[in-house]
Design a protein around this ligand. Structure first.
Ligand SMILES: *Cc1c(COP(=O)(O)O)cnc(C)c1O
Length: 419
C-alpha cells in the first residue's frame, strides 16, 4: 500500500489529494450508514491486483478468451464458497453490483410485462424493486405491499389478497430500510398458492444471515436469494445471485450474455476472500456483535425519546423519525450529525408526507462501527451524542465538542487497512 501511495503522490498529486482526504474522513468519523462497511485489507489488495487486467467473458470452463487457468480457479472458488456460506446449490458471482444483479433475475426468469409483488419503496423496498423512476418499473408490472401503520409488521393476509388479485409471477421480499427479520415461510406459502417464484433480496443483511443471527430464506425453500457483497458481508462492491440448481442455467445466461460483458475478476477474487472469512467462526462473533450493537443503539436512542420505525430492530439497522422526535427533517438531521463526525443518511419513512430529498427520518446501522471493534459501551456513547446534537440544532459549539470526542474515540478503534 505504502509503495502505491508514494507512487501516486509523485505521479498524480491531484488524485492523491482526494484519496488522502477520503482516508482521513474515514479515519476520523464514525460511519453509521447501514449499507456501508470497511472491507478487509486482503480485499483491498485483491481489488488492486492483476486480476483487473483479465477479460473472462463466459463461465469457468466455457470462456470466450484464452489464458483463463487462474480466473477459472478463482471464480470456481468464489462460487463454491458462496454455496457453502448460504446453503444453496448454485451461485453466480459476476453481477457488477446490486442493481444489475436484480435486473438479471427479473429478465432471466420473467417476460417483460409480467407482474412482480414487492415491498413498497417508502416502507423499505429498494429502487430496483420497481420504483417508478427505475427502468425495471417500466419493464415489469410491480404491485406493492406495505407494512402496518403502528407496529410496522407485514400483514400476510394483505400480501395474500394482493397475490390472489394480481397473480404475480414473482414474489419478492427483502429491503433496504426495514429493521425486522422476515417470515419467509409465509411468503413462500403465498407464492406457491399462485404459482410464483420466490426471491429474497438480502443485500443489506446477508452478513447476518451468513453469521447465523438472521433467518436464511433457503430454509423456507426460496428459489432465489440475491445480495450485494459490500454491505454487511464486508466484501468488495459487487453482487451475487444464489439459487436452486434448476434455475442456474437461466440465471447464468441472463447475467452473461444477457446483461453484462466481462466480469470484474479482481472483484471476484475479493468476493472469494470475503466468503472465506464468512465461513470462519470469527464471522459468527462479528454478526452477533453487529446485531447486539444495533439493539443497544436502538434501546439507548429510544430511552432518549427518539421515535424508531417498528420500535426497534432485528437486524443491523434503525430507522429514526427525526421529524416526530426533534422537529427536524432527515436532511437537516443528516447535516447536523455530519458536522459532529457522525455519518448517517436521510431516509423516507412509511408513506412519508415529506419529499425524498427532505424526508422525515434518518437511517443508522452498526456494521461499519462493529468492524472497527466498537461494542455496546460505544453504542451508549453514540446514542448520547446523536440525541444531544439533534436536540440542540442551533448549538454549533455542541457539534464541535462532539466532533472532538468522536475523533478521540476513533483513535482507539482504527479502520482495518488504515492503521
Ligand atoms: C444496496 C441494495 C441494492 C443495490 O445495490 P447497488 O450495488 O447499489 O446497485 C439492491 N437491493 C437492495 C435491497 C439493496 O440494499
Amino acid at each position: 500500500m505504502r509503495a502505491f501511495y508514494d507512487l501516486l503522490s509523485a505521479t498524480d498529486p491531484e488524485v492523491f489529494a482526494t484519496l488522502a482526504g477520503e482516508e482521513n474522513r474515514q479515519r476520523l468519523g464514525i460511519e453509521l450508514i447501514p449499507s456501508e462497511n470497511y472491507t478487509y485489507p486482503e480485499v483491498l489488495a485483491a481489488l488492486g491486483s492483476v486480476f483487473t487486467n483479465k477479460y473472462s467473458e463466459g463461465y469457468p470452463g466455457r470462456r470466450y478468451y484464452g489464458g483463463q487457468e487462474f480466473t477459472d480457479q478463482i471464480e470456481n472458488l468464489a462460487r463454491q464458497r458462496a454455496c457453502a456460506v448460504f446453503g444453496c446449490e448454485h451461485a453466480n458471482v459476476q453481477p457488477l453490483s446490486g442493481s444489475p444483479m436484480n435486473q438479471a433475475v427479473y429478465l432471466g426468469l420473467l417476460e417483460p410485462g409480467d407482474t412482480i409483488l414487492a415491498m413498497d419503496l417508502s416502507h423499505g423496498g429498494h429502487l430496483t424493486h420497481g420504483a417508478p423512476v427505475s427502468h425495471m418499473g417500466r419493464l415489469f408490472n410491480f404491485v406493492r405491499y406495505k407494512t402496518n401503520p403502528g407496529d410496522g409488521a407485514i400483514d400476510f393476509d394483505v400480501v395474500r389478497a394482493l397475490a390472489r388479485e394480481h397473480k404475480p409471477r414473482l414474489v419478492l421480499c427483502g429491503y433496504t430500510s426495514y429493521p425486522r427479520d422476515l417470515d419467509y415461510a409465509a411468503f413462500k406459502a403465498i407464492a406457491d398458492e399462485v404459482g410464483a417464484y420466490t426471491m429474497c433480496d438480502a443485500s443489506h443483511y446477508a452478513g447476518l444471515v451468513a453469521g447465523g443471527v438472521m433467518r436464511n430464506p433457503f430454509d423456507a425453500g426460496f428459489d432465489v436469494v440475491t445480495t450485494t457483497s459490500h454491505k454487511s458481508l464486508r466484501g468488495p462492491r459487487g453482487g451475487m445471485i444464489l439459487c436452486r440448481k434448476a434455475l442456474g442455467p437461466a440465471i447464468d445466461k441472463s447475467v452473461f450474455p444477457g446483461l453484462q460483458g466481462g466480469p470484474h475478476m479482481n472483484v471476484i477474487a475479493g468476493i472469494a476472500i470475503t466468503l472465506g472469512k464468512a465461513l470462519a467462526p470469527e464471522f459468527k462473533v462479528y454478526a452477533a456483535q453487529v446485531l447486539a450493537n444495533a439493539r443497544r443503539l436502538g434501546a439507548e436512542l429510544a430511552g432518549r425519546g427518539v421515535s424508531l420505525i417498528t420500535g426497534g430492530t432485528d437486524n443491523h439497522m434503525l430507522v429514526a423519525n427525526t421529524q416526530a422526535s426533534f422537529g427536524l427533517d432527515g436532511r437537516t438531521a443528516e447535516e447536523l450529525l455530519d458536522e459532529a463526525g457522525l455519518t448517517t443518511n436521510k431516509q423516507i419513512i412509511p408513506d412519508d408526507p415529506n419529499p425524498p430529498l427532505r424526508p422525515s427520518g434518518i437511517r443508522l446501522g452498526t456494521p461499519a462501527a462493529t468492524t472497527r471493534g466498537m461494542g455496546e459501551a460505544e453504542m451508549v456513547k453514540l446514542a448520547g451524542w446523536i440525541a444531544e446534537v439533534l436536540a440542540s440544532p442551533t448549538d454549533a459549539a455542541k457539534r464541535a465538542a462532539v466532533r472532538a470526542e468522536v475523533a478521540q474515540l476513533c483513535g482507539r478503534f482504527p479502520v482495518p487497512g488504515l492503521e
